[in-house]
Design a protein around this ligand. Structure first.
Ligand SMILES: Cc1ncc(COP(=O)(O)O)c(C=O)c1O
Length: 374
């Protein structure tokens, strides 16, 4: 069976975790947390970068930092993971669901303005498959209406918009290091705070509502309860694992891109089914996918691949069609968001992981070509 995903370990993870044990440093914000944070601080223009236990936690931090209250509205694409919306629902927000673009699942920036009301507080954008949303247009809308922009960059490590690293453009950004991502530590995440007005509070929310970070930096001689917050920081073992991966970022990305290119070249006969990567965006080889013509064809495709020992997968279900939304807001459930619904029904993701062999990619390619020939 060709797996859909196999988390890759560089070989240094255990060695670094062992160092945590030898140095008797297990809780968070220690040596490896600082090494990972410095890595990100450097690539994110010296902005505050906080390691978290998941992208979901990072998104929850953005919900707290954005001061979302009941009655506020947050615009979120429907074609995304649950927690892109849940992080704001927890704070009482009403989610206003946006459609995707016709050529890729990123939010349709031309439809955002019509969703804005006096209650809108923030726009969440999701860089699907590491493909950048059209950030210049989105930031211009946000500036015009004085809204926050939160980048859900869960899949977007090492990807760019017009030369700018994804996660560096909105007011805040959240990345994921879940084992399905290019760089992984089992479960892990990052919060990037680009808008300096949130940095100090981010430290406090991260450290369980206390100013312990200031204390550790020697800026105060005792610390205490300052604000809301939670235990968002990972332990040192997680950070040690992540550090091993960050050291290998270039190598990992090089191989993933080779695999992605093999798919891209091998499947040229179905290139009309590919997502578009606009000129302003780069490809970080997070995933390789294509679109079937219908849900029925997608079901047949997934079964055919499984019968041929290939684990392929669909991706998100539309959030506006979820049971949760149906209970909360029937009007949202009834919405028609045709592009998002098409991606939910028709998208197929193919196996892609660092240790995948060329001959396995070729095997998958041949099976798909044969499916469409038949
Ligand atoms: C777009 C998006 N946002 C958020 C998440 C949540 O990430 P995590 O599992 O790190 O909480 C995911 C998970 O895959 C995702 O795809």
């Amino acid at each position: 069976m060709i797996s859909f995903n196999k988390p890759y370990f560089t070989g240094m993870e255990l060695y670094y975790m062992q160092q945590c044990i030898e140095n008797k440093q297990a809780s968070g914000n220690g040596y490896f947390t600082k090494k990972c944070s410095s890595f990100f601080t450097e690539i994110y223009n010296n902005k505050r970068c906080l390691l978290t236990t998941s992208c979901t936690d990072s998104l929850e931090m953005t919900g707290l930092l954005a001061n979302i209250h009941p009655g506020d509205e947050v615009i979120v694409p429907s074609y995304t993971f649950v927690t892109s919306a849940l992080a704001f629902v927890r704070e009482g927000a009403t989610i206003v669901f946006a459609d995707s673009r016709a050529d890729n699942p990123c939010i349709d920036e031309t439809k955002i303005e019509e969703l804005i009301t006096v209650r809108t507080k923030a726009i969440v954008v999701v860089h699907y498959a590491g493909i950048a949303c059209d950030m210049d247009n989105i930031m211009a809308i946000a500036t015009k209406y004085n809204l926050l922009v939160i980048e859900d960059a869960a899949q977007a490590i090492d990807s760019y918009y017009k030369g700018r690293l994804l996660g560096s453009i909105g007011d805040m950004a959240a990345l994921s290091f879940h084992e399905t991502k290019n760089i992984q530590c089992g479960e892990g995440g990052l919060l990037v705070v680009n808008n300096d007005r949130f940095s100090k509070r981010a430290d406090i929310i991260w450290e369980k509502g206390t100013n312990r970070s200031e204390f550790f930096r020697g800026e105060v001689n005792k610390y205490g309860w300052k604000d809301t917050g939670s235990s968002f920081l990972p332990c040192e073992f997680v950070a040690a694992c992540l550090w091993a991966q960050l050291e290998a970022l270039e190598t990992i990305q090089k191989r993933r891109k080779q695999i992605w290119d093999l798919y891209h070249e091998g499947l040229q006969s179905i290139k009309d089914r590919f997502l578009s990567i606009p000129n302003y965006a780069t490809n970080n080889a997070h995933l390789f996918c294509f679109l079937c013509d219908s849900l029925e064809e997608r079901n047949r495709m997934l079964k055919y691949l499984r019968d041929n020992k290939i684990m392929a997968s669909f991706h998100y279900l539309c959030l506006h069609k979820s049971e949760f939304v149906k209970k909360q807001s029937f009007a949202s459930f009834e919405l028609s968001l045709p592009h998002a619904e098409r991606y939910a029904d028709c998208l197929v993701r193919l196996p892609l992981y660092y240790e995948m062999e060329d001959k396995e990619v070729e095997y998958v390619v041949n099976k798909i070509v044969r499916f469409y020939k038949q």
